[in-house]
Design a protein around this ligand. Structure first.
Ligand code: G4P
Length: 198
């Protein structure tokens, strides 16, 4: 998706070989126009798959997910990472380890929002090692719902998550796929073109 790639080139900051900072349009300040376009793109890619609900994880997955939900006219559920005061029982839970943060979160969703009749589209902002996506798929599987696919804003294709999810049969659609962050440079999978980011 060109608009997203341009934004990454213009505003992304390569912190190191593994981490891209995008806090001016995704992770802290958010760009609603870009979010809207990303929602349209996800909807376009999954419009013929009978998706009934979108599942994401707090916090940065929520914005692209809600925009896709708006386009597809379906509800959006976000898995919680922290215990909620009101979300107390009848939960599906899964454990998600974050390499970036070196912590394990128990993610939860209420059972009442899923059923075996649902076809779920999973959406998240980053795909790195795939733990969040596998955890979300696990929640959908516990409900015997169908997983139509996984929509990712930025896939770091040099990390194993995308390949592992595809190998397990999941359809993964990423709006931008990064092949390398070496030498302070973002390299996208499709074009193999190097662009300096300062
Ligand atoms: P995984 O889910 O694919 O296994 O990835 P990992 O454990 O490495 O990522 C944990 C958190 O770090 C996730 O956010 C993920 O979105 C984020 N992350 C991973 N790689 C990058 C990166 O290169 N840049 C940025 N900006 N974030 C990255 P989270 O803990 O769920 O945070 P949030 O959604 O509450 O913001």
């Amino acid at each position: 998706m060109e608009l997203l790639k341009k934004k990454i080139r213009d505003e992304g900051m390569v912190l190191n070989e593994h981490v891209l900072k995008v806090d001016s349009f995704i992770n802290h300040q958010m760009d609603p126009v870009l979010m809207k376009e990303m929602g349209k793109e996800f909807a376009k890619r999954f419009k013929d798959n009978g998706v009934t609900k979108i599942l994401t994880i707090e916090s940065s997955g929520i914005a692209p997910a809600i925009m896709a939900g708006l386009e597809l006219d379906i509800p959006v559920i976000f898995a919680r990472k922290k215990k909620s005061l009101t979300l107390t029982d009848d939960l599906y839970t899964s454990k998600v380890y974050s390499f970036t943060k070196k912590e394990t979160n128990t993610i939860t969703v209420s059972r009442k929002f899923f059923s075996e009749d649902d076809t779920i589209l999973i959406i998240d902002d980053f795909l790195a090692n795939g733990h969040a996506a596998f955890g979300l798929a696990d929640l959908a599987n516990q409900a015997s719902a169908t997983v139509a696919g996984i929509g990712i804003v930025i896939e770091k294709a040099f990390q194993p998550g995308g390949d592992e999810l595809r190998a397990r049969g999941y359809r993964v659609e990423s709006l931008a796929r990064i092949s390398s962050l070496k030498h302070k440079t973002v390299k996208f999978v499709e074009e193999q073109k190097e662009l300096e980011i300062y």
